[in-house]
Structures are given as C-alpha cells and as structure tokens.
Design a protein around this ligand. Structure first.
Ligand code: SF4
Length: 327
C-alpha cells in the first residue's frame, strides 16, 4: 500500500539572521537560529517540538508560515512549496495553516470586540456575508467552550484561559488543517493548562486537526503528542514516537529533559540530570557536537566530529555518536 503523503514536509530548513557591524553596517556574523532542520507531520497527528528558549523552535514555526523568509530549504504543505508560493497562493495556504500564540494577552487587540477579533480572518479572506460571519463566530466560540453571546465583550473582560480559548476560536474559524500551537499554555496557570490541552485534544478528534505543538517543557507535550522532536541550538537532535522517546531516549539532552519532569508519586525517586552551564550562542555554536560542552557523556570524538542525524531504530532518530549508550 502506498504511504500517505505527509501534510507538512519540511526539508533542510535553514534560517540564519545576519548580524551587521562597523560603519558600513556589513554582515559580520550570522545567528544560526535554525540550522538544517527536517521533519514531517502526518495528517491528524500532533508533533511536539521541544527545546529550551532560543533553540530555534519558534523560528521554525514562523518560517513555515512565511512570517520570515528562510535562508534555504523547502516546506511542502499538501505538496505545495510554501517558500515558492506567490502572494495569492500564500494567502490560500494561510487559510489552511493557523497559529495559536503563547501570550493570550498580547495576541488580542484590546480595541476590538471578541466578535471582531474572531472574525478577522474571515474579513481578510473575504469569506461569507456579515450575517454568515456572525454565525460562524458564534459557532467557533461555542466550540471552544465560551458563550456565543460574548461577541460584544472586550478582551479585558476575560481571564487568561478564556483569552487563549478566544485565540483558539480565531484559528478554528478558518477551518484549518494544520494549527501551529506556539507554547499555547506556557503563560497560563497550571490549573488552566490542562483544560486548554484537553480542549485542543478534543477539537483534534472532532475536527481531524493536525498540530505542530511547540513547548519548552517535555511534560507539556507528553500527553498531547504522537511524536516528539527535540531541538537544541538550531538542530533537531532526537525525533521519535512518544512512547519510544520517553522509554528509551537516544540523546543525552532528551534524557536530561525527561529527568526534569516531576513524578507525582513521592515513593518513586528518579535521578535528576542537571545540565551544566547555559545554552551556547547560536552565533558561535561549539564545534563537533553542539551539545558537547554540557554533555556528561562527551568524549574526544564529540568535540571533533558533528554526529549525523540517523535512524537508530525504526522511526527513532538521533544525532549522537553514542546513542545506544544513553538509556
Ligand atoms: Fe554527548 Fe557526544 Fe552524544 Fe554529543 S555526540 S550528545 S557530546 S555523547
């Protein structure tokens, strides 16, 4: 049976930001924010993309949406190359790819009513009559658990969790196939986080949505992702299905992130791996394996040779010379 084509196919994505200096403002260095990243997302699945702040995960998301231009690489959405799309094609693609932002306070215009905010995408894409838009706004608010009569209210009248629901309604109203969730629960109280995660999961089941779910914390993606990609300093260092990644991590960085997840059972003790130092600058990444200055398993080879990203077992990829020794 032929394999179904992925909904999103990102290959060798690179995004380097030039750093200018001197009187002539010439490019003197590059910030290697995203450095050769490849992954696919199958229709209906959730891919978690995890890493510390500054690892490049949000840049991956912004580049795929073409909010910023890539340096090189391709991204195929339903077979169409996003980076080569004309302005008109891009507008069409963007209807099917929506984003939910991290900060529900900053992502809503305080001067617009909720009804206006949620309908914005329909207005931009000239979809429906005013009456039809109103009906769709009410339907989207209901879907995310808000009262449809709240359309005339303003963002300040809602809590953080409710505002994030409004952000989800803004995305849903476009009937997208893919939603990029950029740290959608990081700014919320822990008690509200699970409600929003449950809402995203039930909407996925009901509407057959596909998610790219970005987080800096593995515990957030643990229950929502089918597969997880771990990013470090501009590169994906491990990618596997959720069970395989959590049971037998094949990269020391992933193992350290897993060890930091609190275990609710006080009788179970786990060995926490504390990473030394900070994430190095993406302007001057360390030679060889980029993780070697912080890796407790590092050996001389790691400083000299960059490990390639290889499939260590079916569907489980890692960029570590000693992947078999990690678990
Ligand atoms: Fe650590 Fe070496 Fe593996 Fe890099 S290649 S993660 S430094 S053991």
């Amino acid at each position: 049976m032929p394999m179904e084509k992925p909904l999103l196919d990102v290959r060798n994505l690179v995004k380097h930001y030039p750093i200018r200096g001197g009187i002539l403002r010439r490019t003197v260095q590059y910030n290697r924010s995203v450095d050769d990243v490849s992954f696919t997302i199958r229709r209906g699945e959730t891919l978690g993309l995890v890493g510390e702040s500054g690892c490049g995960k949000t840049t991956v998301c912004r580049t795929i949406l073409r909010l910023t231009r890539p340096t090189s690489g391709t991204a195929l959405f339903n077979g169409t190359d996003i980076f080569k799309a004309s302005g008109r094609e891009l507008r069409g693609l963007r209807r099917h790819m929506q984003i939910i932002f991290q900060d529900p306070y900053a992502s809503l215009d305080p001067r617009l009513t909720i009804g206006e905010s949620v309908a914005e995408g329909l207005v931009i894409h000239r979809i429906g009559t005013a009456k039809e838009r109103t009906e769709r706004v009410r339907g989207a608010l209901e879907k995310v658990g808000l009262h449809p009569d709240h359309t005339q209210r303003f963002p300040h009248e809602f809590s953080g969790g409710q505002r994030q629901r409004i952000g989800i309604a803004r995305a849903l109203i476009m009937e997208p196939e893919l939603i990029m969730c950029d740290e959608p629960v990081s700014a919320l109280d822990v008690s509200v986080q699970s409600q929003v995660l449950n809402l995203l999961r039930s909407l996925q089941q009901e509407l057959g949505l596909t998610y790219l779910f970005i987080a800096h914390n593995l515990s957030v993606v643990e229950h929502i992702s089918n597969r997880v990609a771990v990013m470090y300093l501009g590169k994906i260092v491990e990618l596997a299905d959720r069970q395989s990644l959590f049971r037998t991590p094949r990269h020391p960085y992933t193992r350290a992130l897993i060890s930091a997840i609190p275990i609710p059972d006080p009788t179970v003790r786990s060995e926490r791996i504390i990473l030394q130092g900070d994430v190095p600058s993406p302007v001057n990444p360390p030679p060889g394996c980029r993780f070697h200055p912080r890796c407790w398993m590092a050996r001389p080879l790691c400083k000299e040779q960059e490990p390639s990203f290889e499939e260590k077992e079916p569907g489980h990829w890692s960029a570590c010379h000693f992947a078999e020794e990690v678990s």
